[in-house]
Design a protein around this ligand. Structure first.
Ligand SMILES: [Zn+2]
Length: 372
């Protein structure tokens, strides 16, 4: 016996009623006094599925209906009428918080996978297939923009330029691409601009700013910088960053079907991504490759560490934060220098990778507990 309300055929008025399954799987609905309001074969009744604690509704063929908040009673009644009880699974899912939390975790994991695996992989795939002509146009555009705001014609003497170019060619001969793959250009850095710096552009052009040169005390130091930048060219790191920064908003639009946020995202995301794990892992790779090139030339990678520390001293003053420099946006100079000094004796084969703990697990050494 299930308590509920009986609504007269196609009407909004109702009476309190009870429903039960009678002989021959007949649904019988009676009012409080026991007067029969309806008697219908079970198979002619349509019932709504169970969904959380929503009231159940039994539609009768003549347009009348019976409502009840008693979900368990309604299920028992349906079974007694020989009907399958549908909606139980949905109902259980709705009630089951662990399942809700699990789907949330799966969604987050998918987003995480997209960000740290799929997008970098797709960016690398695209970067490696970018035609040289396109990389060249991108380089020219970037250099033109930099020349307008942050850079100017070099003020280095012809002798200094010739000396730097000679060292650059020596390093190129020992790098993966060979001498034809890279080109060194000099620029004066305007105050408040890119500071003492060297950076690689997509087509193999490497820019060195004037203020880096006086900080160099040993040829091996600037050779290490060139080798590091050549590694960025070899791995198309610049292109990968550009693609990663454009892919994320594109995929977001695809998934959400909403393009309105995309223009805002494109303005914000390159900055976020440039400082994220991508660039950290690129820097580690370029440092490792640079160290390997120096070793091939019979030089010590620790020279790069010396220069890093000297740059930090020159650009980070006590009363104001570090200006831009080859250190990067978030200098972790101690960690980089320690790693480079370690490379004097050979490549770091333990793949200690503090920027991408999902690849190697979290190492205590990354938290500052050093054994050496
Ligand atoms: Zn770098």
């Amino acid at each position: 016996m299930v308590e509920g309300r009986y609504f007269y055929p196609n009407a909004t008025h109702f009476v309190e009623a009870r429903a039960e399954a009678g002989e021959g799987r007949v649904l019988r609905i009676a009012d409080g006094a026991g007067a029969v309001l309806a008697e219908v074969p079970g198979k002619a009744v349509r019932a709504t599925a169970r969904l959380a604690s929503l009231p159940r509704r039994f539609d009768l063929p003549d347009g009348a209906r019976f409502d009840t908040p008693d979900n368990d009673g309604a299920d028992a009644l349906l079974r007694a009428l020989g009907k399958t009880v549908s909606g139980r699974i949905t109902d259980r899912l709705e009630r089951a918080w662990p399942v809700v939390i699990l789907s949330l975790v799966i969604t987050l994991a998918a987003g995480y996978y997209l960000l740290v695996q799929a997008i970098p992989a797709a960016s690398e795939w695209l970067a490696r297939r970018t035609p040289p002509a396109v990389a060249h146009i991108m380089t020219e555009q970037t250099l033109m923009a930099l020349d307008r705001f942050a850079l100017g014609p070099t003020k280095l003497s012809a002798a200094d330029q010739a000396r730097a170019t000679k060292l650059f060619q020596d390093v190129a001969a020992h790098s993966r691409g060979g001498q034809g793959a890279y080109r060194l250009v000099f620029r004066h850095d305007k105050p408040g601009g890119v500071g003492p710096n060297a950076f690689a552009l997509p087509d193999g052009t490497i820019v060195m700013t004037d203020s880096l040169w006086p900080l160099v005390k040993d040829d091996s130091e600037i050779e290490g910088v060139f080798a590091h930048e050549m590694s960025h060219v070899d791995h198309a790191h610049g292109l990968q960053r550009i693609y990663a920064a454009s892919l994320f908003p594109a995929i977001l639009a695809l998934v959400t079907g909403d393009v309105s946020n995309v223009s805002q995202m494109t303005a914000v995301l390159p900055g976020i991504i440039a400082q994220s794990a991508y660039s950290r892992s690129f820097e580690t790779q370029a440092d490792d490759d640079g160290a390997a090139t120096l070793r091939r030339m019979g030089l010590k990678p620790s020279h790069m560490a010396d220069l890093l520390e000297r740059i930090e001293k020159s650009v980070c003053k006590k009363d104001h934060p570090c200006v831009k420099s080859w250190l990067g946006d978030h200098p972790d100079t101690d960690l980089r220098a320690a790693r480079l000094r370690h490379e004097d004796i050979g490549p770091i084969d333990d793949h200690l990778n503090c920027w991408e703990p999902w690849k190697t697990g979290i190492s205590l050494r990354c938290l500052g507990f050093t054994a050496n």
